[in-house]
Ligand binder design. Structure first.
Ligand code: SF4
Ligand code: SF4
Length: 225
């Protein structure tokens, strides 16, 4: 019998290194969690908590249990993708914790183990990788008007479509240097700079992360067939 991807990965990890063990080695986790007193200050300041059911205090409480099943639930769900990584929580925690760092460590762990593909929010990583991630490497910009698939964005898409159709005149009026050599907004980024960006992505593990997102998504799709 073919095991679902998530169960396979869980068994695999329990044979190798537990999720808790993996998390403990992450410097962002080590920096992010000293000891939480569950005061709720982070939740009070958190912008994501204002607009969703996301609750950093609860998240820290769950992680602090160091329970493998609790961690698996977090890594496979939507919660860890709701944080905006603004780090407002870092400035207010009376115990010097940073839930935003904990989130970064959890997201990396979720992607490395393929759990991200089990949740709706996690699956959006593929879209972000193929848009923002690949735009950076191709153009040097996170978002490039020439590449956006406007049909994917029901609200903002028509605005971008209009902007794209009229970009030459709009950008000229704004004093931009669109796709040209030299200085200025939206200038063409030099090949040398793009090569540097690629080297940074290679060295920092970003390319490996990209590959994990692609392969994790493919495996999840196969499991769902
Ligand atoms: S502010 Fe700090 S101590 Fe208070 S609940 Fe959040 S992480 Fe815990
Ligand atoms: S980093 Fe995340 S958890 Fe911290 S305040 Fe910002 S959105 Fe909330």
């Amino acid at each position: 019998m073919k095991l679902p991807w998530i169960i396979y990965k869980h068994i695999h990890n329990s044979l190798m290194e537990t999720l808790v063990q993996q998390l403990l080695t992450d410097i962002r986790f080590q920096e992010g969690l000293k000891a939480c007193i569950s005061c709720g200050t982070c939740t009070a300041i958190c912008p994501a908590a204002q607009v969703s059911d996301y609750d950093p205090r609860m998240l820290v409480e769950m992680v602090q249990t160091r329970n493998e099943e609790v961690l698996l639930e977090l890594l496979s769900g939507d919660t860890i993708w709701r944080c905006g990584e603004c780090l407002s929580c870092k400035t207010r925690c009376p115990r010097g914790n940073t839930p935003g760092y904990i989130i970064q460590a959890l997201r990396a762990l979720s992607i490395a183990n393929g759990f991200f593909a089990n949740s709706d929010q996690g699956r959006l990583q593929l879209e972000i990788k193929r848009s923002v991630g690949e735009h950076i490497l191709k153009y040097g910009y996170c978002v490039h008007i020439d590449e956006i698939d406007t049909g994917k964005y029901p609200e903002q898409g028509p605005v971008w479509e209009w902007y794209r159709e009229n970009r030459e005149s709009i950008l000229a009026r704004l004093g931009a240097n669109y796709n040209q050599e030299g200085a200025g907004t939206l200038r063409k980024i030099s090949d040398r700079s793009l090569e540097d960006l690629q080297a940074i992505f290679n060295e920092t593990g970003a390319m490996e992360r990209f590959q994990q997102i692609e392969s994790g998504t493919v495996k999840q799709a196969k499991d769902e067939k």
